[in-house]
Design a protein around this ligand. Structure first.
Ligand code: SF4
Length: 295
């Protein structure tokens, strides 16, 4: 359950076809699950939230089926999410896992071939239902066993949204985001920062990954990175981060954080950058940091 229209429709279609449904969403700093929580609440279904960051990082390091346009390992990511949902299915004794995938909707991850790969790699063969496109695909085990009425499933394909929008009206679904994006791994600008982190500090530290969405970033000459708050909320977040922070004595201007200080020269340059963002202050207002350690 992403919270998008297709995943909401998948739930309502399954319910109409005779299933009891619970939703699963996957939490990482790359995808905001607020929409999934809102949609699950509006649909009245229980939502399981799975921490997916470790899985995603392994796929970013080594995606067996490659990346999409940026650092988005969509085929393997789909397969892994479905595999994890399959673990819940087994744990709770349910019959199948379903997704809101639509055949032909996305060039990389939702064409007939990649949907077959996802089914195979997720180890859910026969127990993965795509209610929106089910009639274009082989009948699944729950359909063959009569637990799901195939006649009430759909044959939607392609990138058009007309049928989904008509179905949303039929089901009374009014609140859904536009279909584009949502995942930061598809955004070139974010992925530049992610690659920079991977190349310098590595991807083992969750806090540094979460902080990729905070502040302006600078890579200094000796290798330190500098994160500069853009507003009060970001400044406060950096101040309470536990990282080495720099700010003016009087608290004016931005707060900066340095996750890993590489040299005195980087620290001196970091101070100059922070000072450059402080307008109309005297020398006594300028940047200081209480204590620091060069690693
Ligand atoms: S868009 Fe992001 S969350 Fe969705 S499958 Fe691709 S990598 Fe995974």
């Amino acid at each position: 359950m992403s919270g998008g229209l297709d995943s909401q429709l998948a739930i309502r279609i399954l319910e109409r076809a005779g299933a009891y449904v619970e939703a699963v969403c996957f939490s990482t700093p790359f995808f905001d699950i607020t929409g999934a929580k809102k949609a699950a609440s509006a649909l009245g279904v229980k939502l399981h939230i799975i921490d997916f960051l470790d899985d995603e990082l392994k796929l970013i390091a080594n995606p067996p089926h490659g990346f999409g346009g940026a650092m988005n390992p969509c085929i393997d990511c789909h397969a892994k999410m479905i595999e994890r949902a399959g673990e819940l299915m087994a744990e709770f004794g349910y019959d199948f896992v379903a997704t809101g995938e639509v055949q032909g909707q996305r060039p990389m991850s939702q064409n007939r071939q990649s949907m077959g790969i996802v089914e195979k790699c997720s180890q859910m063969k026969g127990r993965l239902v795509r209610p929106l496109s089910a009639k274009l695909l082989e009948p699944t085990i729950p359909e063959l066993e009569g637990k799901l009425d195939r006649e009430k499933l759909y044959d939607i394909s392609g990138r058009g949204r007309e049928r989904q929008i008509a179905l949303a009206a039929e089901f009374g679904i009014v609140d859904y985001p536009s279909p584009a994006g949502g995942c930061k791994l598809t955004e070139a600008g974010f992925c530049r920062k992610l690659k920079d982190l991977k190349d310098h500090e590595g991807l083992a530290d969750r806090q540094l990954i979460e902080f990729l969405t905070v502040g302006r970033r600078f890579r200094l000459a000796d290798g330190s990175s500098l994160i500069l708050g853009r507003d009060q909320r970001e400044n406060e977040k950096l101040l309470s981060s536990g990282l080495l922070t720099l700010r003016s004595e009087k608290g004016v201007g931005p707060t900066a954080a340095i996750p890993k200080l590489c040299s005195e020269a980087d620290l001196a340059f970091a101070r100059r950058i922070v000072d450059a963002y402080i307008k109309g202050t005297t020398e006594s207002d300028r940047t200081f940091c209480k204590s620091y350690q060069i690693c």
